[in-house]
Design a protein around this ligand. Structure first.
Ligand code: NIG
Ligand code: FE
Length: 416
């Protein structure tokens, strides 16, 4: 089956010349292709044809995109979308002066969401989170990562991973699953860290790997959560079982998380608000993606990650919402791009590379999606503007009017 996505004002290919990644200065090169249309065969990009020769292809289905921009389908590479309940009360407490860490230490935080998740059935969780997936799709997101991490016992972590698996079956985008049993210590193991680590390493991880319930293993390396040596023992087992690793680290404290992640060849290190100079240097020489989450700094009124220094240091930078109920109740990737530009001094082009090819690399999907190159998947976000400056300038506005996954139109704003 051949289709032509024809006559857009411009195609932003984010071409990588086959490298499938952008690091350092190359984040600024997003490759604009005017006067071209895209020929799609089955689910992949077959060719870019000059729009003036379109008449030769008149027998194929034609999707006219006049005055629109074609962008690679967006990749949302770090979310905690499967949560239940609200943390609005904590939000209020924070507005009257308490910090995120104080709120967590007083029985709020991640463990509050854990209570709500444990009370909810599989079906209730699916019902609660489905509109969130639909919202991501409406933004042009064609690949979405979701973490567990609010179950924090065997039964409920597995329940969340099965919810993510089911969502991937229900929705036409690709939903990728990450096990985050090491999100924090659950209340019942507050004074017995050894037993919880043992549960993760000897029960949860073998079951999850054996049943292919997650592709990645994540952890939170932080004073209030897991030390670098605890992360190290979890990652040893995860890697042995064939999972790839990623790490929440350097959000509030820099405590050897990055060197631990690099030792395990992590696909990404995420947060990095307080990353130190030595780690900036090491990460720039590695294949590990730096996933920056400026929505968290905005939402918690905390420092921003040093995006410019990382890019100058040749790092592979990606951006994501970190959508979760406590530190970033933001599911809008466009807003994140604007915050990144306004608060971390990223250029518009850098933000585009960061939510496409580099976010795909953070999920090990960069050879398939994240840029528009012949042979890659026909995953597109179609934006209703002629000027790509609007992606960042129209702060928080959803400019996406059509989402295409594997060559199929899966969302069209005219029908919704
Ligand atoms: O990525 N850092 C840890 N986890 C989340 C916050 C989750 C929560 O507060 O519920 C984050 O910021
Ligand atoms: Fe997170």
């Amino acid at each position: 089956m051949i289709k032509i996505f024809s006559n857009p004002s411009v195609i932003i290919t984010v071409d990588t010349g086959g490298e499938n990644v952008k690091r350092g200065k190359s984040l600024d090169q997003i490759s604009l292709l005017p006067d071209h249309s895209i020929l799609v065969e089955n689910s992949t990009i077959k060719d870019f044809i000059p729009t003036q020769s379109l008449s030769k292809f008149s027998s194929y289905q034609n999707i006219s995109l006049k005055n629109k921009i074609i962008l690679p389908g967006l990749v949302e590479c770090h979310t905690h979308t499967v949560f239940c309940g609200s943390r609005g009360d904590e939000f209020r407490d924070r507005m009257s002066g308490k910090t995120y860490e104080e709120v967590a230490a007083n029985g709020g935080g991640i463990n509050k969401t854990v209570i709500a998740v444990r009370e909810a059935s599989f079906d209730e969780i699916i019902k609660t989170v489905s509109p969130r997936i639909e919202y991501f799709i409406s933004q042009g997101i064609t690949t979405l990562e979701i973490k567990s991490g609010y179950g924090l016992d065997f039964e409920n972590e597995i329940k969340l991973l099965n919810v993510i698996k089911r969502l991937n079956e229900i929705y036409p985008i690709e939903i990728i699953s990450t096990f985050l049993g090491a999100h924090t210590y659950p209340n019942e193991f507050k004074d017995n860290h050894g037993d919880y680590l043992n549960l993760i390493i000897n029960k949860m991880l073998p079951y999850i790997a054996g049943n292919k319930l997650a592709e990645f293993c994540d952890a939170f390396c932080e004073k209030s959560a897991f030390s670098a040596s605890e992360v190290d023992s979890i990652f040893n087992k995860a890697v042995e079982l064939g999972l790839k690793v990623k790490l929440h680290t350097d959000q509030f404290n820099s405590m050897q998380g990055i060197s631990t992640a690099l030792r395990h060849k992590a696909v990404s290190v995420d947060h990095l608000e307080v990353i130190n100079q030595a780690d900036i240097k090491n990460i720039g020489a590695s294949e590990t993606v730096c996933t920056l989450l400026p929505g968290v700094s905005f939402f918690l009124n905390h420092s921003f990650a040093p995006a410019k220094k990382l890019i100058e240091g040749n790092a592979i930078v990606a951006l994501s919402t970190d959508y979760n109920p406590g530190s970033s109740n933001i599911a809008n990737l466009n807003l994140i791009m604007s915050i990144a530009a306004l608060k971390m001094d990223m250029t518009i082009e850098q933000t585009i590379s960061s939510v496409t090819i580099n976010a795909a690399k953070a999920l090990n999907r960069n050879d398939l999606t994240g840029s528009l190159e012949i042979g890659k998947k026909a995953d597109f976000a179609i934006l209703d503007t002629n000027d790509y400056t609007d992606i960042v300038y129209a702060t928080g506005k959803n400019l996406n009017c059509m989402t295409v996954k594997n060559g199929e139109i899966i969302y069209n704003s005219q029908n919704s």
